[in-house]
Write a protein that binds this ligand. Sequence first.
Ligand SMILES: [Zn+2]
Length: 215
Amino acid sequence: MHYFLVDCWSSLTREIELNGFSAVRAVHPRDLEDLPRCPACELPVWPRRTLFPFAIEFTGRRVGDIAFHLGSTAVVSSRFMSAWSNSNLTGLLFSASPLEAKFLFSDSACRVGAEFFAVDPEPEFCPLSESAGATYEEPPSCETCGTGVVDSLDRVEFLESHRPSTDFFLPSSLPGWFAVSERALGFISDQGFLNFRFVRGFSSRSGSEKTLDYA
Ligand SMILES: [Zn+2]
């Protein structure tokens, strides 16, 4: 099984590209929730998730089927949510009702439907395998979470013994990223959902500057 990262990293720079898709921000202060700590080293692994309900504002001019910039929570369109819910793919927990959404531009720029839902991908403890070709600014010291600061990555491959069990998840070895299985990538690409870009690997020259290798 191959895995890929979802490019949530460059959401703010992408929205200012020509025809770039909007990021999202919470309108009021958010209520945040911690994700589980690693059961072995007890370190917190992931950014916190945003508790539903919360109001959002799209900050760019063109709305896609997914928007990022809320830590471990993302925002998806109703058409993405229904297609995913009718598939046999796993890992996403959607809010029970739509979010209150505002647009900083004309509503007519939004072509993907009027409703948006919060979505929380499953946290998965999945250390990278040797074959991922990772180099580290801070190497991982725990065999359960494999959490470290990754400088560069050739491909997204996890230890055989800790394979993720879901199709859309938060990988403990790459905190801050969302990841998908190959079949989730196929599903999203086939249906043409907007604002998904998949990453095979990356290299960083400093923590804030990354070159992404798109799939
Ligand atoms: Zn750990």
